[in-house]
Design a protein around this ligand. Sequence first.
Ligand SMILES: Cc1ncc(COP(=O)(O)O)c(C=O)c1O
Length: 379
Amino acid sequence: MGTIGITRRGFGAALGAAAGVVLLDTRLTPAAAEARVAAGLPRDVLQLNSNENPYGPSAAAREAMTRSQEVAARYPDYQEDEVRSALARFHGVAPEQVLLGCGSGDILRMADGAFLAPDRKVVVAEPTFEAVLAYNRVTRAQPVKVPLDASFRHDLPRMAAACDGATGLVYVCNPNNPTGTIVTGEALAAFLGRVPPSVTVLLDEAYHHFVENPGYRTGFELLAAHPNLIVVRTFSKIYGLAGMRLGYAVAAADKIEALERYASFSNTNAAVLAAGLASLADPDLVPRMKRRMNDARRWLTGQLTADGHRFIPSEANFIMIDTGRDVAPLIEAFKAKKILVGRRFPSMPTWLRVSVGTPAEMAAFVAALRDIVPVPAAA
Ligand SMILES: Cc1ncc(COP(=O)(O)O)c(C=O)c1O
């Protein structure tokens, strides 16, 4: 309760400040603004478009990256082994069951290479994160898109029914990007029971840290019973390391071997490996960030509800809002106010995806939304 009280007061202050004409000074401290410019980023653009962590890496991860300069001259083989072993211990599997990637998108690319071909099918939800289909422009398997159900969740029974002897891969994003919805552990277990064992199930858990729904289960609980399952994770979201690039897969050793054939040598770097180790070793990092970002999401949904907007309840660090009109010009209108929001998803053309940011960023977003979409779609 205390946390919520403090958070609300924080939001109130941020909202008051952000309501001023010069929004930007309220969003970033001068030091943070200077750091952005030094790093080649615009000083004053709000990046609410890629579901990142606005607070960035932990202090320990930052220190670890700085120290990694000492080993910059060496290939990171030793550190790769170290992180692979640390992740294996973390998840209670053997190191042979872990594979690192240059972000988890790299793992999704490897999966296409390993399990798809022009005479195979790839089953995905519509809409979902696009990487598997984007990389399939090279592998050229036949896409089978299964619309989300009426609650914007993966329609797992229909996805399982769409899998046959020609299916190479089925991709499940849990929570789903862009809708923020989850499938429960029970639904996932039933799905895995129905998918033919010859089909590889790629379970993307990029946003799992944010989930609060008690019905959620990670794929790790199902790995032992389903050798066709690959769980994919990333350090880009709650760990705040999107710019550094580190993701990984956990699966049965033969699936990891199949993926690894498509991996480049040394596909991770010494700095992010050091940051990854430091992040895993910090037990407070995930709960602290989860609380901060989910509190911000709750504040945002409170404002949306009060303003009469229809939105999809989200278990992730982004939220979809129905604007009731084509979202493309609205995205441009936000851009004109120096606020970047998510791209347009063709199967949900009136929905705006906004990432959860700091309290001040959320206040600035709400102020802009009131301006750009003064009349909400019927909730
Ligand atoms: C569901 C999902 N999976 C994977 C990724 C790729 O993340 P990364 O390559 O940074 O690990 C993203 C990025 O937004 C995502 O939304």
